[in-house]
Design a binder for this molecule. Sequence first.
Ligand code: PMP
Length: 450
Amino acid sequence: MRVALDELLTAENKRYSDQRPLSSARASRNSTSGFTGGVPLHWMRDWPQPFPMVIDTARGNRLRDIDGNELVDFCLGDTGAMFGHAPAPVMQALRRQEDRGLTYMLPSADVERVGELLFERFGLPCWQMAVTASDANRFALRAARAATGRKRILVFDGCYHGTVEDTLVDLVDGRTVARRSLVGQVQDPSQTTVMIAFNDRAALESELSKNDIACIIAEPVMTNCGMILPQPGFWDFLRQATRKVGTLLLLDETHTISTGPGGYGRAYHLEPDLLVLGKPVAGGVPAAVWGMTQAVNNRLFAARPESEHGHSGIGTTLAGSAMQLACVRATLEDLMTPENYEKMLSGAKRLEAGIEDFIAKHGLAWHTARVGARLEVVFSPSPVINAAEARAASDSTLERFLHVALLNRGFLLTPFHNMMLVGPDTTEADTTAFLAAFGNVLNLLPLEAE
Ligand code: PMP
């Protein structure tokens, strides 16, 4: 099976390259100056296809590369463009800023409305802005530590919360160690961060019983190591256990905002003390928001000496700019609407049902995992409950093959574990066409029913 799969992948890679002479020429230009490797961000080289296609235009859920290949986009900028590329309300908001300016380190007139909307959506009263989800997580963690006067934080194996050093650890033989892929790291984050497996109640209880954890930072459904759903009752258990010992809960909803307009936490009543939302919150314009309960906010401000406001370690110059506020407002008012979520969720359910049919037809030991508009195919017969199981279920050659083969048939999935995100512009015709392509690609595979 492996030899055949390698050969199929080679053939798909060739087809990809043949269709893209212009992107290929750019990728092979051996420039000694300019962007390293020809990309402005090193992740752009990490896609499964032989080289990245250079994008010419993007609108709604369509991308066109400089070689004229059109793609139906299920990656949507890895969630940054979850509500579509260049969405009309955000583009109008940007145009309105033409005579209002982009940034002045003073609030713009949108501030009050955006604050109200965030409170209505997420149920937390106190908010601040950042430029990226990484920064928002960093600031929210600092707030949690200041508010509790504790140093240690707890994270789950397989997590990713951006470039926040404190969260970049691995779980190796039951021990927390600095993430082995980190470069240039000086402080050892494992001194103040403990990592346990998701859904592991005993480990959670044991760590919390030390009474020294400021905060748990977590995605309500883990999305960065495959997709790992919480087991029934896990969040209730965690919430009760954390409240008992004064540990705060920081929910990172950057990806799970795919659930609905108030994120997973609102839909499932998780009642976080702090919440972070980045990526799509301004429709693709760089912005993130983080919120707190009144109690956390009061404790944070009590802990902060007034004289040293400027150097609290929270905030950056462009955070909360007029441009961000205008785009967050447009996104909350006109894109993160119940109607749009209804379209997204029904599209994702259609995709899931169609893929499940193929899995059943071929007798494959696979399943789909979904959180709202976001879904993945997992190469295991039943849901994985932690990162160790998710890693065991992953198959990088098969993932690569599916990715490139679907790309060659006009469908773009995320570079990481082939996640699919359904946006408001994804039509029924798009999901039908995707399923036909998925079926054709499965037919190529030398699959043995398991
Ligand atoms: N939180 C989560 C859950 C993420 O998946 C990511 C990025 N994939 C981030 C935070 C960081 O986002 P950014 O890179 O935009 O700072």
